[in-house]
Design a protein around this ligand. Structure first.
Ligand code: GMT
Length: 375
């Protein structure tokens, strides 16, 4: 098949999933065309089956907002025609499903039918898409997709509750490549970050308010009172500065390392002992899954789709949003004892295997095949 993928090319989980899906499809000899404004961070172009088409926008002073959707739908039109693309898969509804619909309509004028799959990822529904400014257009573009998927049962329920959806939504969970995910790093350089007797606690996100970064710092503050420990903060975003200030205020500045954005998260997770994800909302929690496949147990909130990924008392623990006290106690419970920690690490890995790429990518492929059969 020839598949066009539209996604955000930055560090967000939706872009990561879209990129990994495209790479997996290319390995299975499908021709994959990524169409986005920048090369996706995890995209290695070294494959004859992977193509990248950059959407560029001309700055024009008349425009207060540059019309990205127009540029994207024009680029889709051109690329789909030029490469005889069979199917379009857009990740994150805003504005990708809208631009995809426009491209579909323009192509129809030329007698070309291109089916569109829209994958809903989370904030496109719960945080941004639900806003009255966007809601009618988001509802329209979801209802006019040929197939709609969501990354968790929880997100499906949210979508049906928040929008007037006439389309069936199929849940296809996010996935992880457990063979290439570097659980067996031989060059795992733990000594770079901590001494032998210190536990390493890690958080990775885009540091937005929804991630409750101060809870991460507060949980770690309680942990380090009980045992020698370091906190690795990976990523960047608006809450970072406040978190740095909180670390200074709590007197733990020397125990917290802010690493900024990284595309080598497996190298960080390979020496991590515990992952913290106390988010306000999370449709899936890909970051938790990435931790688990690297044998890192997870302390998380029990919101959204996280309970579909992290299993209470097995791969980690879940608490109500904001219950820093309970999250701290559970973190200490896992970290305090070598034998307990080892058990949780094994369990986390085994739980992650349920989301292995080899289980999930075939689901997308059969979805694609069934749409194309209908054409
Ligand atoms: O977490 C974000 O703000 C980024 C967003 C994205 O675009 O990647 O994440 C959402 O999609 C991920 C991939 O499906 C999910 O793992 C995240 O849980 C989801 N984030 C939220 O629902 C807050």
């Amino acid at each position: 098949m020839k598949i066009a993928i539209v996604c955000y090319p930055t560090f967000g989980g939706s872009g990561v999933v879209a990129t990994e899906l495209g790479i997996a499809l290319a390995k299975l000899n499908h021709e994959v065309h990524f169409i986005t404004y920048k090369q996706p961070v995890r995209l290695n172009l070294l494959s004859p089956n992977i193509h990248f088409h950059e959407v560029t926008i001309q700055e024009y002073p008349l425009f207060h907002y540059q019309p990205y959707e127009l540029a994207l739908s024009s680029k889709l039109l051109g690329t789909i025609k030029k490469y005889n693309i069979d199917l379009l898969h857009v990740h994150y509804a805003i504005p990708h499903a809208y631009a995809g619909y426009m491209a579909k309509k323009m192509l129809e004028e030329e007698g070309i039918h291109i089916p569109m799959v829209t994958t809903l990822h989370g904030t496109d529904i719960t945080l941004v898409g639900n806003h009255p400014f966007y809601k009618p257009a988001v509802t329209f573009s979801i209802n006019n997709s040929d197939v709609v998927t969501s990354v968790s049962e929880s997100l499906k329920e949210d979508t049906l509750r928040l929008f007037d959806i006439t389309k069936k939504i199929k849940v296809v969970p996010n996935f992880i490549d457990s063979t290439t995910q570097k659980t067996s790093f031989t060059d795992c350089q733990r000594e770079l970050m901590a001494t032998e007797n210190e536990r390493i606690v890690t958080h990775i996100s885009n540091f937005r308010p929804v991630k409750r970064i101060n809870d991460v710092v507060s949980i770690f503050y309680n942990v380090q009172k009980e045992m020698p420990a370091k906190l690795l903060m990976v990523g960047d975003g608006p809450e970072r500065l406040g978190a740095e200030q909180l670390c200074r205020k709590l007197g733990i500045k020397d125990k917290v390392i802010f690493l900024g954005n990284s595309d080598e998260i497996d190298k960080i997770l390979c020496f991590s002992d515990l992952f913290l994800l106390p988010s306000e909302r999370e449709s899936f929690g890909l970051a938790a899954l990435e931790a688990m496949v690297n044998k890192v147990p997870v302390i998380s909130s029990n919101t959204g789709g996280i309970p579909e990924v992290n299993v209470q008392g097995f791969s980690g623990y879940l608490s109500d949003v904001g219950n820093v006290e309970e999250m701290s106690q559970n973190a200490i419970r896992i970290l305090r004892d070598d034998v307990v920690l080892e058990k949780f690490k094994e369990n986390a890995f085994n739980q992650a295997l349920k989301f292995d790429i080899n289980e999930i990518v075939p689901v997308y492929i059969s979805l694609y095949e069934s749409i194309l059969e209908e054409v």
